[in-house]
Design a protein around this ligand. Structure first.
Ligand code: NAD
Ligand code: UDP
Length: 337
């Protein structure tokens, strides 16, 4: 019995593969490598001693997903596959709708055909929109985004709920991630963005390694303690362990639950920069810039549902996240290349 990770070669999927293998699960990965490197597989093997079975396929293509189910006994699916860049999604929205919605529909269709009843989905705190006030809890109304990426997450959540309502034995957990950063402490797997990073931590580490000249801090006039944006940064290893807990829960449940994966604490952009400097004994040149359009001032989770339902809570600190992010970047200055 195996757990299929679609998009399992990516940043969060690779860390989840490691944690699932550590907990004794058999892991199978399906990924088209559109945003990841084939080297991830051997790195997972170095860390865990086990090389997952890997299918290089587009998981929007039904016959290819069916083949994976035909050749293996799949007990559950964690669906990571999708495009994830907010700014890119405003430039090429149709690609985002096509890839993100098609992959989800195909995987769910094949699961129904093959009677596979356990599903975990990579959703995002972006579904809370800009009207709710942090801490965000799972009962709050969700809302559409100003970008196609966020809207695909909202739509897929709805698709899963409708599907779940039609199939009593189906079980799904919609994991709403806050801001995953950090890397595996081995320094062997981590986040490897293609081109100029959009997200804060890869921009900081690329500045530290000298690929970028300075970090632009987007907005210093928010209604936050130091005026910069506040986010709930969570170590990717904690996040990965949240998936192990979600799979364990979903395997013995029915129905659909949305669950936040966050620490429950917010940190400001400048706090992250200062912690990174302290943890790694480095200086990050910063330039204070105007707000980035579409950003909310403050986002952090109410993390109690994950603890009560899944028995999971984040354990690692911002200091750990900063140390491990830098350990990954300095050992892999060009990512997996
Ligand atoms: P990632 O880009 O590193 O991983 C996604 C993987 O999916 C990549 O390996 C890519 O090659 C693969 N993929 C994309 N389209 C595919 C397709 N059609 N068929 C097969 N494989 C395909 O991203 P990540 O940071 O690991 O994120 C994983 C999931 O979590 C994504 O769905 C993302 O939207 C979601 N998420 C990420 C964050 C974050 O900050 N990283 C936050 C919230 C939600
Ligand atoms: N941010 C920044 N400079 C950057 C990238 C991000 O100041 O180069 C800020 C951004 O404005 C936000 C926070 O860091 O306040 C987190 O941004 P990120 O894109 O990592 O996550 P998201 O905004 O999607 O939560």
């Amino acid at each position: 019995m195996a757990i299929l990770l679609t998009g399992g070669m990516g940043f969060i999927g690779s860390h989840t593969a490691v944690e699932l293998i550590n907990e004794g699960y058999e892991v199978i990965i399906a990924d088209n490598l559109s945003n990841s490197s084939p080297k991830v597989l051997e790195r997972i093997e170095t860390i865990t001693g086990t090389k997952p079975l890997f299918y290089e396929i587009d998981v929007a293509v039904k016959k290819d997903v069916e083949k994976v189910f035909d050749e293996n006994k799949i007990e559950g699916v964690v669906h990571f596959a999708g495009y994830k860049s907010v700014p890119e999604s405003t430039r090429i929205p149709l690609s985002y709708y096509r890839n993100n919605i098609d992959t989800a529909l195909t995987v769910l269709e094949v699961m129904k055909e093959r009677d596979c009843r356990t599903f975990v989905f990579s959703s995002s705190a972006t579904v809370y929109g800009d009207k709710n006030k942090a801490p965000f809890n799972e009962e709050m109304p969700t809302s559409t985004s100003t970008n196609a990426y966020g809207n695909t997450k909202l739509m897929i959540e709805q698709i899963v709920r409708d599907f779940s309502a039609s199939w009593e034995d189906f079980s799904a957990v919609l994991l709403r991630y806050f801001n995953p950063i950090g890397a595996h402490p081995s320094g062997l797997i981590g986040e490897a963005p293609d081109g100029i990073p959009n997200n804060l931590m890869p921009y900081i580490t690329q500045t530290a390694v000298g690929v970028r000249e300075f970090l632009g801090v987007f907005g210093t006039d928010y209604d936050t303690p130091d005026g910069t944006g506040v986010r709930d940064f969570i170590h990717v290893v904690d996040l990965a362990r949240g998936h192990v807990a979600a799979i364990g829960y979903a395997l013995k449940s029915k129905g659909t639950e949305a669950v936040n994966l966050g620490t429950g604490n917010g940190s400001s952009v400048l706090e992250v920069v200062h912690t990174f400097e302290e943890a790694n004994d480095l200086k990050i040149p910063v330039k204070l810039l105007p707000r980035r359009p579409g950003d909310v001032a403050t986002s952090f989770a109410l993390a109690t549902k994950a603890k009560e339902l899944l028995g999971w809570e984040a354990k690692l600190t911002l200091f750990d996240m900063c140390k491990d992010s830098w350990n990954w970047q300095k050992n892999n200055p060009k990512g997996y290349n």
